[in-house]
Design a binder for this molecule. Structure first.
Ligand code: 8YV
Length: 332
């Protein structure tokens, strides 16, 4: 009977996941869900065998350096690993895993909702009926007109699992799919999605009507949508971001929106999350942007699936095998 691994979980997880974690591991939960402080994380790195962080925990090189001998695995509860210094972990002999696949469809659903949100004035329309304060005088042929989605060109940045799921949905809505990616996807996938590959992001940006950001946040994608690139976009075009805030130069985006060069944006993620730039709130009040508080993958089913993945990664690792969702340091 082996000793159960000591697993330190930084945030509250769904009940079913926590119950299973407690059965299988010597699990330290975070019942009141207050984000762990840096000293608490240091203590965990020094005493636990496994750390289960989320997007809200910064697991940087300085923290990883302080890990004790027994710390073997950082099993991220999340797909994106931009919160973890994977290189530093590898140097220290610590394995890193994430939770891919299980959240792609939910994130793509939310991306599709955001693709529709500004052009079809979804939030603006709903706001009319949210209280008696605004009031509705009734339908008219020119009431609340938005813009048609069908027939427009969608440019997807990052054609991985989530990008592909977005492309499938977009096709069903009559959008044509264009994409930019480090690598071209297989000819089969391109055929299935009737997707056009752009080796040059600059050229794609100049030709599409809607841009959807679906790539990981890495040093190479930081401010990928820079002021210069935002300027290349067609006047009146529209940006959706369900990936990470820092991929877009948020200050430059705000200026383009204020100056009316871009017609709108729908953002689920922000550069300085959870702080939101006040200028974005003002643009939201004017219905030029729709803002969501990082909800892309937030479904009950998805969170349980993510928890199951974390558990499988931990169990496989302690059974002496390579965990299914091992993350390797990025190569450029
Ligand atoms: C979660 C996400 O909100 O997985 C990701 O990369 O952004 C979302 O699924 C969060 O990361 C959970 O840690």
């Amino acid at each position: 009977n082996r000793k159960k691994p000591k697993v330190f979980i930084t945030r509250r997880l769904p009940d079913a996941v926590e119950t299973r974690m407690r059965e299988l591991f010597d699990a330290e939960l975070n019942i009141d869900d207050t984000p762990r402080t840096q000293p608490e994380l240091v203590a965990a790195m020094r005493s636990a065998d496994v750390l289960v962080p989320t997007v809200t925990d910064r697991i940087d090189a300085a923290l990883i350096e302080q890990a004790g001998e027994q710390m073997k695995l950082i099993a991220n509860f999340g797909n994106g690993v931009d919160n973890i210094d994977v290189d530093a972990a590898q140097r220290k002999g610590i394995t890193v895993t994430n939770t891919p696949n299980v959240l792609s469809e939910d994130t793509a659903d939310m991306t599709m909702a955001l693709i529709l949100a500004v052009p079809r004035r979804l939030v603006e329309g709903a706001a009319v009926l949210v209280s008696d304060a605004v009031g509705w005088n009734g339908w008219s042929p020119t009431w609340m007109l938005g813009n048609r989605i069908g027939g427009k060109r969608l440019g997807i940045i990052g054609m991985g699992r989530i990008g592909t799921a977005v492309a499938r949905r977009a096709r069903a809505f009559g959008l044509s799919v264009h994409y930019h990616n480090r690598r071209r996807v297989s000819p089969d996938t391109e055929d299935r999605l009737e997707a056009t590959y752009w080796d040059s992001l600059d050229q794609m940006l100049a030709r599409v009507d809607i841009v959807s950001v679906n790539c990981p946040s890495t040093p190479a994608t930081f401010h990928l949508l820079s002021a210069r690139r935002l300027n290349l976009m067609k006047p009146g075009s529209y940006i959706v971001n369900t990936a990470r805030g820092g991929i877009i130069d948020e200050d430059a985006l705000i200026r383009s929106l204020q100056e009316g060069r871009l017609s709108g944006a729908a953002l689920d993620v922000f550069e300085h999350e959870p702080a939101i730039d006040k200028r974005l709130l003002k643009l939201a009040a004017q219905h030029k942007v729709v803002l969501l508080p990082h909800m892309g993958s937030a479904t009950v089913e998805g969170r349980i699936d993510m928890g199951d993945k974390v558990i499988i990664n931990i169990r496989t690792f302690f059974d002496g095998h390579r965990p299914p969702d091992r993350v390797l340091p990025l190569k450029f």
